[in-house]
Design a protein around this ligand. Structure first.
Ligand SMILES: *Cc1c(COP(=O)(O)O)cnc(C)c1O
Length: 356
């Protein structure tokens, strides 16, 4: 694919951030974005890298009414020697297509997805922060653009990629957070769209998140939609527990998002000397386990935080405290994964993808 490039005169480029360590998540955007259109009968066409800026939408555009939208979340990292890396980007390309299929949207060939990322990041190399823990967050997304109010898959789409340099997720230290179990609201049901990264899934969680925050917890621990018994995810991350010295994460049921961080943790666990199990785990087992001391750690796993330790879980008017500090496995998995991502540890699985 040939990507057209519309470049700005050097004087019109934005000034670079002053301190990458102080960049809040997702508020600063780089100079350029990638866009590509799709029309029925024509396929994907006009791939272009052009100045970052607003995109006009017809008020009748399908996405604004019926939400045909999917996205991805990835990062690129600059090593000490100035090399720019991505972590398992082909996995994101595959998942993007899984989401697109679920939303009845046209797939983007994996090679084109990767090429667009690489050409855009190469052009924007100066924006990739080098400071420890900071990275260039990458947001690929696709939306339906056809102006028509009938409920049906649209006949035109836009695929775009924007980039946002972001400081470390744990600016205040690797501290555990509190979770609130919602036993009335649910995130996703089997047969629904929980496995797809689509905006509607997130819109539906905001009310429960607000309730959790009002009660003094930072995230919601989601249970299954049918019985409200099985633990599924935390906020927009996958969840892990250490039970009897073993890592346990809910098995994929169709309503759980297939996290790449989750998959990577399962793959490295045996190397690190901990057995891992994918199985169903009930909220009762978690609460009982915290009480008896069988559950020694819990943490969320996702691209943004990598590993986010959990200190306590609020369930039905009781707060179950796991620990005030991050546990040893949370720490070890965080250090190992970020070590691989920043090119500091050997890449024995071939997960690291060199961009520049
Ligand atoms: C993106 C996401 C995850 C984590 O996926 P990663 O590939 O590890 O970033 C988990 N759960 C939900 C709901 C998500 O949106």
């Amino acid at each position: 694919m040939h990507i057209k490039k519309t470049l700005l005169p050097p004087d019109n480029l934005k000034p670079l951030y002053a301190d990458a360590l102080k960049l809040p998540f997702g508020r600063t955007f780089t100079d350029y974005m990638f866009t590509m259109e799709h029309h029925r009968g024509r396929g994907w066409h006009d791939p272009e890298i052009r100045p970052y800026g607003p995109i006009p939408f017809d008020p009748a555009a399908n996405v604004l009414h019926y939400g045909q939208e999917v996205f991805e979340g990835m990062k690129s990292y600059k090593t000490d020697t100035g090399v720019v890396l991505m972590f398992r980007p082909r996995e994101n390309a595959k998942r993007f297509n899984l989401s697109l299929r679920r939303l009845s949207m046209p797939e983007v060939p994996e090679e084109h997805f990767l090429q667009a990322l690489c050409e855009l990041i190469r052009l924007e190399e100066r924006w990739v922060p080098q400071a420890v823990g900071s990275s260039l967050y990458i947001r690929p997304a696709a939306v339906s653009t056809e102006a028509a109010l009938g409920v049906k898959p649209a006949e035109s789409y836009l695929f775009f990629i924007i980039l946002s340099p972001s400081g470390p997720y744990f600016a205040e230290g690797f501290n555990p957070v509190g979770l609130w179990v919602s036993d009335s609201y649910t995130r996703a049901a089997v047969g629904g769209t929980g496995e797809a990264k689509t905006g509607g899934n997130y819109a539906g969680t905001l009310l429960a998140s607000k309730i959790a925050k009002d009660r003094g917890f930072s995230q919601v621990l989601w249970l299954d939609a049918l019985e409200h018994r099985y633990v599924e995810e935390v906020g927009a991350m996958n969840i892990f527990f250490v039970v009897d010295g073993k890592l346990v994460t809910p098995k994929l049921t169709g309503s759980i998002l297939q996290g790449i961080t989750r998959k990577s943790i399962l793959q490295i666990s045996s190397d690190l000397g901990i057995a891992a199990e994918e199985r169903s785990i009930t909220i009762d087992e978690v609460v009982e386990g915290i009480r008896s001391g069988k559950v020694t750690e819990a943490f969320g796993a996702g691209t943004a935080a990598v590993v986010s330790p959990v200190g306590k879980i609020g369930y039905r008017d009781e707060v179950h405290v796991i620990s005030e500090k991050a546990g040893p496995w949370s720490r070890k998995l965080f250090d190992t994964l970020t070590g691989i991502q920043y090119g500091k540890l050997p890449d024995k699985y071939g997960w690291v993808y060199r961009v520049v």
